[in-house]
Design a protein around this ligand. Sequence first.
Ligand code: ISL
Length: 546
Amino acid sequence: MNKWWKNRVVYQIYPISFCDSNGDGFGDIKGIISKIDYLKDLGVGAIWLNPIYDSPNDDMGYDIRDYRKVQNMFGSIEDLKLLIHELHKVDIKLIMDLVVNHTSDEHKWFVESSKSKENPFHDYYIWVDGIAEERPNSLASFFTPSAWTYNDEIKQWYLHLFSEKQPDLNWENEKVREQVYSIINFWFDLGIDGFRMDVINLIAKNLKFDSISIDSDTKFDEKQFANQPKLHIYLEELREKCFNGRDNYCIGETPFANEDDIKKLVLSKKELDMIFQFDFLEADTGLKKWDYQELDLIKFKETLAKWQNIFAEKNSVFWSNHDQSRPVSRYGNVSNKVFWEKSAKMLAVAMHFLRGTSYIFQGEELGMTNYLTMTKDDLFDIESIEYYKTLKTDDEKEKGLKAILKRGRENARSPIHWTSGLNAGFTTAVPWARVNNNYLDINAQDQLLNDGSVLSFYKKIIYLKSNDSLLIDGEFELLRAKDKKVFAYSRTLGNTQYLIYCNFTNENLLLKDEEIKNCELILSNYNELSWALRPYESLVLKKVLF
Ligand code: ISL
């Protein structure tokens, strides 16, 4: 059966930075409603909305205080209903974020849970007896040196894989699972079309916590909590309790999942419709996120090609999201205007002509870039702030800020550039986060009027990706596998083939005769065809096979 997400391009909205309708400096739901014409004109078929639930925002909404309430700064549940209605009127689906690996420590379950061991909510979280001087083990969290925080009142430690304000839920407890299913059904009944499930493969933990002395260094060890056997039991149950009889979809965020895990999740067992995993985004990274390196294009291509072949139309294809820095700054070239424009367009073709559902993060369609500068006072994301705290010497701090400028989540979360006016048209008040200084050069208003803009190019790509059966169903094959500078591949359906060539460098490169013979030009980011591949050129050629 054809699923609705197969030929729709999904656009991710980070609501706090999208559009402020009431002049308080924060983006909101009414701001999104005011941009539905823009989204329709862009051609996207679904929106993924980052969390809009009530939250103290220790991790920008990924710490939920009330799953059934909309956070005041975003508006009300009535606004959300209106958003669903208005989106559906123009045939755009709405996918929300489901964050159920953890809650906020201000959620009433955790408040109750912390009161005493006898409290009915105590087992909603993962508590271990102990003394304040000795943590249960040396596990580090994603954000903090230790994944454990002590509660002096009840003399127990609780587990948090993220910040200490994000305690992990205990999925072993049937009541927790029932609560989660009821939340999912609440939102489905309200009319949303699906969920992006935050770190869903971390919900089942290995609960054998051996005591390790506090003296030992903490270390991050995903084997303790990712892809555990019970994950599949929980997801099967979730599917049965929430998805039966519904045409809703779910995409799981599954960091650290290996090929076998993923095959189980989306192919053999169909617990999830699709997943986000990130190994192809690690081809420019050392051991840690902050160790950025030059892109190893061969590694990047090999990784992507592997997934293309395993998952076919079930691939999720994306460059970025609210956790990644801006692709044109990371993989393209922002050293001058020409290279910026060419490389933003080239990257669009390279990724979105791949097989699978395309996800575009807000601002990507404008070629928005990373911040141009970053000082200690500019940091506003918990991950960067916690990382910066670990840096000791001046030299480490200087290098650390460079790494954050390159990789920090701040870069994706800056306000969208709508116009060349005050605060880039995002708000009339002081914006909650710094507007990137390059909004006079990069903004939607100018690009909408320009046929040659990055935005106009994205519109073409989104149209083709949603309508051209070759791009939807065509088989993928990697070409020039050992080429360090060009990402080339073909998509083939019946006797028609697209050949895609993307130059990741600022050099002129050779195209061989046999690569372009008998081809018709479908799309290029240069005005006229030349038989060389120019700096950051992307070329889509069509060939009829005999
Ligand atoms: O952000 C990351 C790297 O910069 C990832 O390691 C990220 O923390 C991980 O993929 C999980 O992300 C999700 O859950 C987090 C939240 O902070 C992220 O924004 C969210 O996408 C905790 O809920």
